[in-house]
Write a new protein. Structure first.
Length: 255
């Protein structure tokens, strides 16, 4: 049954949407997952959602500085998304257990008519397309929830104020979750560059007595080398900042 379904989905270009079909671990129905607790005013249980990815995102939202009221509203959005995930797994389970196929086999028992087979295949494709729609809705839902979680006033993805501001704007811009994650990694590299620059500047301040000019009023070789290193790092950091900021603002202005 699974081979037949995967073969049809491959024929109609739907296979990329259904890596879940070939992974038995992802075919668990909703009742196989542990139950979760409702939110309370003081704290929301960290294991509140059955979907691991959704739960991880919720833990991020909990630390983002939302008010209790905002967090409860956000919790409703997350719960609604969990319902969609459960529906998706339900469809996968039906196909995996052969519910659709078995009913068709009973109807067409003993027939090898081409039209009958074509009709059967159409029903398989229809079920696969329904899964495709649900899968895309889940992806879009993750995108939306990720943006909402990133907009908390105390969201601390980064320590450098410049980088924090870029990330804040990016989180409210027209990026997909995949693009945001790629940008987050890029911003981490940029932040490391800034931190390296801060370290060099701090070193210069600490050793300023040994790096100052000699009796002839000229800077020592070590001082010149260190200052040149700081200037190069500063130029690179400015260039990286400008490049990232330009891309973020261009997407932000599309909204």
């Amino acid at each position: 049954m699974r081979k037949k379904l995967i073969g049809i989905m491959s024929t109609y270009g739907l296979l990329d949407y259904f890596e879940d079909v070939s992974d038995p671990k992802k075919l668990k129905t909703a009742d196989q997952h542990p139950t979760f607790n409702e939110a309370n005013d003081e704290h929301l249980n960290k294991l509140i959602f059955r979907d691991k990815k959704l739960n991880k995102l919720w833990m991020k939202a909990e630390k983002a500085g939302f008010t209790t009221a905002e967090l409860k509203t956000l919790h409703e959005e997350f719960s609604h998304h969990q319902d969609k995930i459960d529906q998706y797994h339900g469809l996968l389970s039906d196909i995996e257990q052969g519910n659709v196929a078995n009913s068709l086999d009973e109807e067409n028992a003993g027939f090898n008519d081409v039209e009958q087979l074509e009709e059967k295949e159409k029903k398989y494709v229809g079920q696969a397309n329904k899964l495709k729609v649900h899968h895309q809705e889940i992806r879009d839902g993750y995108d939306r929830l990720n943006r909402m979680a990133a907009q908390g006033p105390e969201n601390k993805e980064f320590v450098e104020p410049k980088v924090q501001e870029l990330w804040r704007i990016a989180s409210k811009s027209n990026f997909t979750t995949h693009e945001l994650e790629s940008l987050r990694v890029e911003l981490l590299h940029y932040e490391n560059r800034l931190l390296k620059l801060r370290h060099l500047q701090a070193e210069a301040e600490i050793h300023k007595d040994t790096l100052k000019a000699d009796v002839d009023g000229k800077l020592s070789e070590d001082a010149l080398t260190h200052m040149d290193k700081i200037k190069r790092q500063a130029r690179r950091a400015e260039k990286v900042h400008y490049d990232i900021e330009t891309r973020i603002l261009s997407r932000h202005n599309e909204l």
